[in-house]
Design a protein around this ligand. Structure first.
Ligand SMILES: NC(=O)c1ccc[n+]([C@@H]2O[C@H](COP(=O)([O-])OP(=O)(O)OC[C@H]3O[C@@H](n4cnc5c(N)ncnc54)[C@H](O)[C@@H]3O)[C@@H](O)[C@H]2O)c1
Length: 286
């Protein structure tokens, strides 16, 4: 695949998306305002690629694939010029103002023909498109975590996204070896996170009510519905702080009680029980 990809934000998602693009043969420029994020991204990528290569899941060596990734330290005021980029993906923190700011700078850094995408997990595309002078070339490209392993990518159409941009984004996702899910309405949380949130909120409320133990609920859901991870195991993996903020944002946009964060998540976050990353969430980790 011959895309020249610019990715802004080298955190969990930006680094994973950079690896996906490099594995597909793209030249990638990965930017971040923190040198530590860039260093961590490169080290993580090297480790993951080495493992994938040793298991025979990728043919090329880690060095060859990571050799397609260049990192660039950005400053808060501007982004490096990227006139050759054909695809630009924004993956900074989930904050509307920050994303708008970064998108406006990204639009100034790339050429007129570059497709611009956001990896937001729930902010309506239209809210972010308002930062761009050409919102017709802007689309949601929602990768799941970990991006290297998860197949699905929601491709989300904003009201200003052109037919050409939407089709191109779907084609790009296929060329990256992923399975695109076309989302035709610009709803907060798109499609898959809305489903996941309602199921996980219900699971958390059932535990909060004392109806069931966390481990029994997860075991039941896996056994009965074939899920690979139960909703509470997933919550611990994603991070309860991330979950709380995502629910808060969707609830704020929709005022729909189904998305309201359960009190139990708020209590756990206040107590520093954020899941795997702090050693305790719904479960305890060594
Ligand atoms: N983590 C997940 O499970 C997940 C899944 C799907 C989508 N998302 C979405 O992906 C986006 C990124 O999430 P993440 O988990 O990778 O976050 P993260 O906190 O791991 O990384 C965000 C990165 O953005 C960088 N950044 C902040 N401001 C910047 C700027 N002005 N210019 C350049 N870089 C800047 C930070 O230094 C950091 O390295 C968010 O919109 C999130 O909602 C996250």
């Amino acid at each position: 695949m011959s895309e020249n990809v610019m990715i802004v934000g080298a955190g969990a998602m930006g680094s994973g998306i950079a690896q996906v693009c490099a594995q597909a043969g793209c030249q990638v420029t990965l930017c971040d305002v923190e040198q530590a994020s860039l260093d961590k991204a490169l080290a993580g990528m090297q480790k993951s690629l080495t493992k994938l290569h040793s298991k025979g899941r990728i043919e090329e060596s880690a060095e060859v694939v990571s050799g397609r990734v260049t990192t660039k330290l950005a400053n808060q005021g501007s982004l490096p010029e990227a006139p050759d980029a054909t695809l630009a993906i924004e993956a900074v923190f989930e904050d509307v103002e920050l994303k708008r700011n970064v998108l406006a700078k990204l639009e100034a850094a790339v050429s007129e023909t570059c497709l611009i995408a956001t990896n937001t997990s729930g902010i309506p595309i239209g809210k972010l498109a308002a930062a761009l002078s050409r919102p017709d070339r802007f689309v949601g490209m929602h990768f799941f975590n970990p991006a290297v392993l998860m197949r699905m990518v929601e491709v989300v159409r904003g009201s200003a996204t052109s037919d050409e941009t939407f089709s191109k984004a779907l084609e790009v996702v296929i060329a990256l070896g992923k399975d695109p899910l076309p989302v035709k309405l610009d709803l907060p949380g798109f499609v898959l996170n809305r489903i996941a949130m309602v199921a996980s909120n219900e699971a958390i409320r059932l535990v909060e009510m004392g109806a069931v133990e966390a481990a029994d609920l997860d075991r039941g859901v896996k056994g009965a519905f074939g899920w690979k991870l139960g909703p509470l195991e997933t919550a611990d993996l994603v991070g309860l702080d991330v979950l709380l903020s995502a629910r808060g944002q969707i609830y704020e946009h929709t005022k729909d009680e189904r998305f309201k964060p359960p009190d139990l998540i708020k209590k756990k976050v206040a107590a520093g029980e954020l899941g795997r990353k702090t050693g305790k969430g719904f479960y305890e980790y060594k």
